[in-house]
Ligand binder design. Structure first.
Ligand code: GTP
Length: 447
């Protein structure tokens, strides 16, 4: 897993710390007392100064790992670009009561270096694709074999999506390609929560493919549908980039119980396994259980966590990003409390968290992810729209695709709000979170 993930690149020259002129009365300034930052085991301990001096000197760059040919999160990517200059360590506001003028300034936009991937060797980052399904359509190119690890995942994906796929697959058991087949298929796609637009798009595309290839066997139409679905889903494939910023700040949102904390835990584990330093921000400050749950993941992964009971989620996020910067963490993951898009005040709170994170680091958040429960079908699309409008999402994690009959919702998302799907979850276990690959998904769905 994550075999491509690199350690920190070579040290970069420090630049003068972004001047933080104390600007009183900035509305978003976190006003809560500083959050506790502690190694996971001490998460409950009283706020303490940094246990170790902040260091911005990165260790020497690790040797290049081989490109992502293995399974695992094979196309999460660290471009290993020269990191932007790391700001000189600043006195962290953590562990000491904030001064009257809070150390958050109205963002004096720090001229961020242009995001140019200047890695010595850019890395191939696409997940190893599956061999193309047998279909009468011309195969674009010979595809490499699927590694064993990825095959294991695919089997789990197929098992998870069987409920969705079986009703679609039965459409192709007849002997003729006629209107009845297309009508049945339309119904099956709609039942799988593919949505009206995506269903129409797929049917039109499929009919074209059938005509062009002069297909007469209904069983072969299934292969053509897999091709059409893969093409529709392809815009959702994108690599999550780690390493362009220190830290890469990832904010995670979603409705209650969507699987945010579990997904963060899984992702943390993968990152930690690859040697990335991760800091978790428990920005769900209201629900004790949520903090504890994140604390357990932090413990398991021996990463640090910033948490604060009953505090301001924006303040916790600010502290975490500041801490992540000061300590040269690779990734800061901000776990927010679940909320419905209709809870407008809570949506405002999310926007505030986003703004405050930007005050801690003018380039952050680098990713704003929405976690959606694949079981919620078309409602997931509504969530994507609402959270995207509020937060300008950069990516999705779709969980609980195991055992759902609504796996078609990804097609609806691709059609109506094509936000990249960085990961999909098909179970509660660590290995059940994987990168999204359009062809794999299409084939698993129709197997
Ligand atoms: N079957 C299945 N269960 C999952 C998956 N991802 C998460 N879960 C389960 O979903 C439940 C809720 O997950 P959480 O991670 O607590 O969800 P959350 O979004 O953080 O919840 P709140 O903090 O309450 O908003 C837990 O029981 C998880 O084990 C998945 O991919 N498949």
């Amino acid at each position: 897993m994550f075999s491509f993930f690199k350690k920190k690149p070579a040290p970069t020259p420090a630049q003068p710390a972004a001047a933080a002129p104390a600007t009183p009365a900035v509305p978003d300034v976190p006003s809560a007392p500083p959050a506790a930052i502690a190694p996971a085991q001490q998460a409950a301990a009283a706020p303490a100064p940094w246990p170790e001096p902040a260091s911005t000197t990165a260790p020497p760059a690790a040797p290049m790992a081989p490109p992502a040919a293995s399974g695992g999160l094979g196309w999460l990517r660290n471009p290993f670009a020269a990191k932007p200059p790391v700001p000189a360590p600043q006195a962290s506001p953590l562990g000491a009561p904030p001064p009257a003028t809070v150390p958050v300034s109205a963002p004096e936009p720090t001229p961020a270096p242009p995001v140019v991937v200047v890695a010595a060797k850019p890395i191939a980052v696409t997940a190893p694709p599956l061999p193309a399904a047998p279909s009468p359509s011309p195969s674009p190119a010979a595809e490499p074999p699927t590694p064993a690890e990825r095959t294991g995942w695919l089997n789990r994906l197929k098992a998870g999506l069987r409920k969705t796929g079986s009703s679609i697959a039965t459409v192709f058991t007849g002997t003729q390609i006629d209107d009845a087949l297309y009508e049945e298929l339309e119904e099956a796609l709609l039942l799988a929560d593919t949505g009206v637009k995506a269903t129409q798009w797929l049917l039109t595309d499929l009919k074209r493919r059938v005509k062009e290839t002069k297909t007469t066997d209904p069983a072969a139409v299934k292969g053509l549908l897999a091709d059409a679905l893969a093409d529709l889903l392809r815009p959702l494939e994108k690599a999550l980039v780690i390493g362009e910023h220190t830290p890469t700040v990832i904010m995670v949102a979603g409705v209650n119980g969507a699987g945010k904390t579990t997904s963060i835990g899984k992702l943390t584990r993968h990152l930690a396994n690859e040697g990335a330093s991760v800091l978790l921000a428990a920005a769900d400050t209201f629900r004790a259980a949520a903090r504890e749950q994140l604390g357990v993941w932090a413990d398991r992964n021996t990463v640090e966590i910033v948490s604060q009971e009953g505090g301001d989620p924006a303040a916790v996020s600010f502290d975490a990003v500041t801490a992540g910067k000061a300590r040269g963490k690779d990734v800061v993951l901000v776990d927010t409390a679940g909320r419905l898009p209709t809870q407008l005040h809570l949506m405002e709170e999310l926007k505030k968290i986003r703004r405050v994170v930007t005050k801690a680091d003018a380039t952050a958040p680098h990713e704003v992810l929405l976690v959606i429960d694949g079981n919620t079908g078309q409602n997931a699309l509504a969530q994507v729209r609402s959270f995207d409008d509020a937060l300008q999402l950069t990516g999705l994690i779709v969980t609980k695709l195991d055992g759902t009959a609504k796996g078609g919702v990804l097609a609806a998302i691709a059609q109506e709000r094509p936000i990249p799907v960085y990961f999909i979850g098909v179970g509660e276990k660590l290995e059940d979170l994987e990168t999204f690959n359009a062809r794999e998904f299409a084939q698993a769905l129709l197997t």
